[in-house]
Design a protein around this ligand. Structure first.
Ligand code: FRU
Length: 430
């Protein structure tokens, strides 16, 4: 498929696409982009810790790994008696595993000696020789007295899985600082002009067409004061999210060189979170999560999964569904899910996310903090939400159904018929 067939992208330099205000102004809830309401899962499916951002152990080719029959995932976790808003300050990566893709077991914290004061999101690679690598964000400087917001991208090598007696993931791990912002392509903390900067959420990707090895991450594009970007509008320039990328010249998961961002959203949005790619039928689908409150003035968006498509990894991405909106929460539960992660399964693309604040229809997430502590606790899901099923065709996507909470089908698992398919079949029998 050619770029023309995908729609009109931002005219720009090859290898540097943008999400424009014009595109983002088309964001609106539609039947194809709004997920159904989420109800709390059965008690036995609620983990003993709060979990949020979650990623699966994947093979180099991007498919979910199965290790001796086990699916494996990693989640940011915090004690479930902690106020949910405080969880980012203590986040710890835990491993979970499942032999049926439905019931998950806690294998405990992955590291004893991780870098940073706490660990934020990342990705995990099950390499061809069976070794496990974890990429994560070291947030804050270890040893500092106060909580700090510095973010560094770290790779941990040395992991292996033993299933002789159940499931065990163990080290010894070695932690390698892989990337820091260069201040030129990627904003450093001291250059940030508005909300807190981002340099986090590393995500491993091996390009099936070129064989090149990449690490995507969430970042910001430096926009110096006095710049004429966004017609010199300082209030818009503060919103400068980007999808960063580094390349491994040898394929070594612990050796990376920064390259220019894949896409940015200057004047549109501050946080393009947890970027990841699904490769399908010759096209590269780039997905990010973003928040209602990180859109620049004059653009209205939602807490949602957004996506873009291009004919190569460094191509001129065009927004899916014309605006970029792929999946969001219903209007009466606007914060029920967050941190979406798409992955292929057969003909479909499945999307997992965590169950965030429910039974809450406030206008902003900030309003949560004004509720009593017990209400904040009661309304926080803190587990994985239902898996969404997406039909994806060219630059169009459509939510066609859901699977249960934390249902991540095993390889080759046939999914139930969707409601639409059932209706179609019923009509056929009339
Ligand atoms: C998204 C996110 C990630 C970050 C994590 C910190 O939910 O903001 O970008 O790694 O949460 O808890």
């Amino acid at each position: 498929m050619t770029n023309e067939a995908l729609g009109e992208g931002r005219p720009g330099t090859k290898g540097r696409a943008g999400w424009t205000r014009e595109q983002a102004s088309r964001i609106e809830r539609t039947d194809d982009t709004v997920a159904p309401i989420v109800y709390p899962p059965a008690t036995e499916q609620i983990p003993e810790v709060h979990i949020w951002d979650t990623w699966f152990l994947r093979n180099r080719d991007g498919t979910l790994a199965t290790v001796d029959g086990y699916r494996v995932c990693f989640s940011l976790t915090a004690p479930s008696d902690l106020l949910p808003g405080k969880r980012h300050d203590v986040a710890t990566i835990r491993c979970f595993y499942s032999d049926d893709g439905r019931n998950w077991h806690n294998a405990g914290p992955v590291f004893e000696d991780a870098l940073g004061q706490r660990q934020w999101a990342g990705s995990a690679l099950y390499d061809d020789d069976g070794s496990v690598y974890l990429f994560y964000t070291a947030a804050g400087e270890e040893g500092a007295d106060d909580l700090t917001y510095t973010q560094r991208i770290v790779g941990a090598g040395g992991g292996s899985i033993d299933t002789t007696d159940g499931f065990e993931l163990s080290g010894p791990w070695t932690h390698h600082e892989l990337l820091q912002p260069d201040g030129d392509r990627y904003e450093r903390e001291d250059q940030s002009r508005g909300m807190i900067y981002t340099f986090r959420d590393p995500w491993f990707f091996e390009d099936p067409e070129t064989g090149e090895t990449w690490l995507l991450f969430e970042a910001n594009t430096p926009v110096p004061e006095g710049s004429d970007v966004c017609d010199g509008d300082a209030a818009l320039q503060e919103f400068n999210g980007s999808v960063g990328v580094a390349r491994s010249p040898t394929g070594d998961p612990l050796e990376w060189d920064l390259e220019d961002p894949l896409l940015d959203a200057v004047g549109v949005n501050q946080e393009l979170e947890r970027p990841h790619v699904v490769y399908r039928e010759g096209l590269y689908y780039l997905f990010i999560s973003s928040h209602l409150h990180t859109f620049a003035p004059g653009v209205e968006g939602f807490d949602a999964l957004y996506g873009f498509v291009a004919t190569d990894l460094r191509g001129e991405y065009v927004p899916l569904n014309e605006s970029g909106l792929v999946a969001t929460n219903p209007e009466n539960a606007p914060f029920q899910s967050y941190s979406w992660m798409a992955f292929p399964h057969g003909d479909e693309v499945l999307v997992q996310s965590f169950f965030n604040y429910y039974d809450f229809d406030g206008d902003t997430l900030d309003e949560i903090a004004h509720l009593s502590e017990s209400e904040q606790m009661r309304r926080f899901g803190g587990s994985l939400g239902p898996t969404l099923r997406l039909d994806v065709e060219g630059s169009r996507t459509r939510i066609i159904g859901t699977l249960g909470h934390w249902h991540i089908p095993l390889d080759g698992e046939t999914l139930p018929l969707t409601d639409r398919e059932l209706i179609r079949r019923g009509k056929g029998n009339e």
